[in-house]
Design a protein around this ligand. Structure first.
Ligand code: XMP
Length: 304
């Protein structure tokens, strides 16, 4: 049986009204989950909701400006926290440690903003698969398992915690969100931090950000569940007349229903060649491009 969307929206609004006393903030990343949640909370709380967008420095190209533009009517507060995230992540190579640090830094920023605006509640767009994977110990998704144990909130409210992604999209459409949000690919909370294997540096971030932009642009017409690029390590190549020891970029594109399992998207060879030549041509530090052909399981969707 499908989801009764109108009923769900009504129930979610009354639940938010019941749980939140006074003001709340919501971590709005611009993904479909937090955006749908923000609209629900806005309907429930009106001006008592303050949406906060944190620019972690781990976001996609042009993302922060676009989200600010799209949600300015909701009174979005933008916090530029790039240096804070990067210095917290300096030297860290373990994927779960990265998640914990990103989760903790987000929460500390939210706490500070909440204090500033006098809000005691935090709304989050956690969905069902996030909870399952965190509880099952597969990965500590940053908005679940990566939460620090001590948080200065009176309550955390997760109105869409029982929904799957395709159900969230239905709700987002019904709430009138634009297609660029409701149909958007999932993007992990820790962002590019989990698309760089090993230590995060500004140089790798720049390379992976450009590679992600190219992959998204080129893959759009193939309608993947998710498509992205990750920096894996370094390898030798030749560029012009020189040998270079450059980045190895992996391209990954998958189909899925709920991200619990995934299949590799079969791309035409010409599309793969085009992506490879664009990435090596447009990013000076990249020497190689590989395509990941591992389904989930045994791979996960992200590399970390
Ligand atoms: P994996 O890599 O676990 O990803 O197969 C499943 C889905 O979750 C996203 N993902 C995350 N989302 N915090 C998030 O909010 C995370 O730490 C995280 N790790 C993975 C991933 O992009 C995919 O859609």
């Amino acid at each position: 049986m499908g989801l009764d969307v109108e009923r769900f929206i009504e129930d979610a609004i009354s639940e938010i009204r019941q749980e939140v006393k006074g003001k709340a903030i919501i971590g709005l990343s611009g993904g479909v989950d937090s955006s749908a949640c923000a609209i629900l909370a806005r309907r429930a709380l009106g001006d008592r909701l303050v949406p906060v967008y944190v620019d972690s420095g781990l976001m996609r190209r042009f993302e922060s400006d676009r989200i600010e533009e799209l949600f300015k009517e909701l009174g979005l507060v933008r916090v530029n926290a790039e240096e804070r995230f990067l210095s917290a992540l300096k030297g860290v190579v373990d994927p779960e440690e990265k998640r914990m640090i990103v989760g903790e830094t987000f929460i500390r920023v939210f706490e500070e903003e909440a204090k500033r605006v006098g809000a005691e509640y935090l709304l989050q767009g956690t969905i069902y698969p996030d909870r399952i994977e965190s509880e099952g110990g597969i990965k500590a998704h940053h908005n679940v398992g990566g939460l620090p144990l001590k948080m200065e909130f009176r309550g955390i409210v997760e109105p869409i915690r029982d929904l799957y992604k395709d159900e969230v999209r239905e709700v987002a459409r019904a709430l009138g969100l634009p297609m660029e949000i409701s149909e958007r690919m999932p993007y992990p909370g820790p962002g590019l931090a989990v698309r760089i294997v090993g230590e995060i540096t500004k140089e790798k971030l720049e390379a992976v950000r450009t590679a992600n932009a190219i992959v998204e642009e080129e893959m759009l017409k193939f309608k993947p569940w998710q498509a992205f690029a990750a920096v894996l390590g370094q390898a030798t190549g030749v560029k012009g007349d020189n040998r270079v020891y450059g980045w190895v970029v992996a391209v990954r594109a998958v189909t899925s229903r709920d991200a619990m399992t995934a299949d590799v998207l079969e791309l035409p060879w010409s599309a793969m060649r085009r992506i490879s030549s664009r990435i090596t041509g447009e990013i000076p530090g990249v020497s190689r491009v590989v395509y990941d052909i591992t389904p989930k399981p045994p791979g996960t969707i992200e590399f970390e």
